[in-house]
Design a protein around this ligand. Sequence first.
Ligand SMILES: CC(C)(COP(=O)(O)OP(=O)(O)OC[C@H]1O[C@@H](n2cnc3c(N)ncnc32)[C@H](O)[C@@H]1OP(=O)(O)O)[C@@H](O)C(=O)NCCC(=O)NCCS
Length: 183
Amino acid sequence: MPADEIKTKRLRLRRLTTADTERIAELGGDWDVASMTSRMPYPYTLDAAKQWIDHLDADEKVFGIEHDGELIGVTGYHGDPSANSAEVGYWIGKPYWGNGFATEAASAVIEYIFRNKIAQTITCGHFDDNPASARVIEKLGFEKTGSQQWWCEARRIEHLAIRYQLNKPEGFWRKLVGIASAN
Ligand SMILES: CC(C)(COP(=O)(O)OP(=O)(O)OC[C@H]1O[C@@H](n2cnc3c(N)ncnc32)[C@H](O)[C@@H]1OP(=O)(O)O)[C@@H](O)C(=O)NCCC(=O)NCCS
C-alpha cells in the first residue's frame, strides 16, 4: 500500500483532513489561484472546501503541502488505470509563490507515481495565460503534446489549455536527485 505521506527537503506532503478546510478555502479562495485551476470554484466557500476534502474520487490522491508546519498548498494526481496514466496537479497559496515549492512538491508526486507503479505516463496541463505553471512543467521535464479547450470552474468557461506528458525516462531516479528526496 503506497504511503500517505511524502517528505522532501523542505516539505511534508500529507493527507488532508477536515481540519484543513479553512486554510484551503482561504488560500484557494484567491482569484489568482482558483482561476488557474480547472476545478476550484470561485468564491471558494468553507462548505465547498469541506465537500471537496470529504468526497475525493477513488482514483484520486491528494496531498496537502506543509512547510514549517503550515499548509501552503495542494498537490496530487488523478489516475486513469485503463490508460496506465495519471494527471498531476498542484497549487500553492499566493504568499508562498516563487520559492520552488510547486516544483519540489510535484516532483515528489511524480517520483511517488513511478515508484509505486501507479502509471507509466504522467500528464498535466496549464491554461495558456499561466506562464508560472508552464515554467514549473518545463522544470519537471514534461513534453508538450498539444492544446485543447479545458473547463475552468472559477471562470465558468472553457479556456485554452496547453497539454503535456512525461514518460518514465531512463535514469529517472538519478535525474530527480537534487529536486526532491522522497522517503
Ligand atoms: C503555478 C504555481 C503552482 C507555481 O508555484 P511556485 O511554488 O511559485 O512555483 P516554483 O517556485 O516551483 O516555480 C515557478 C517558476 O515560474 C517562474 N515564473 C513565475 N511567474 C512567472 C511569469 N509570470 N512568467 C514566467 N515565469 C514565471 C518562476 O521564476 C519559477 O521559475 P524559475 O525557478 O526558473 O525561476 C503557483 O503560482 C500557483 O499555485 N498558481 C495558481 C494555481 C496554478 O496555477 N496551479 C497550476 C495549475 S496548472
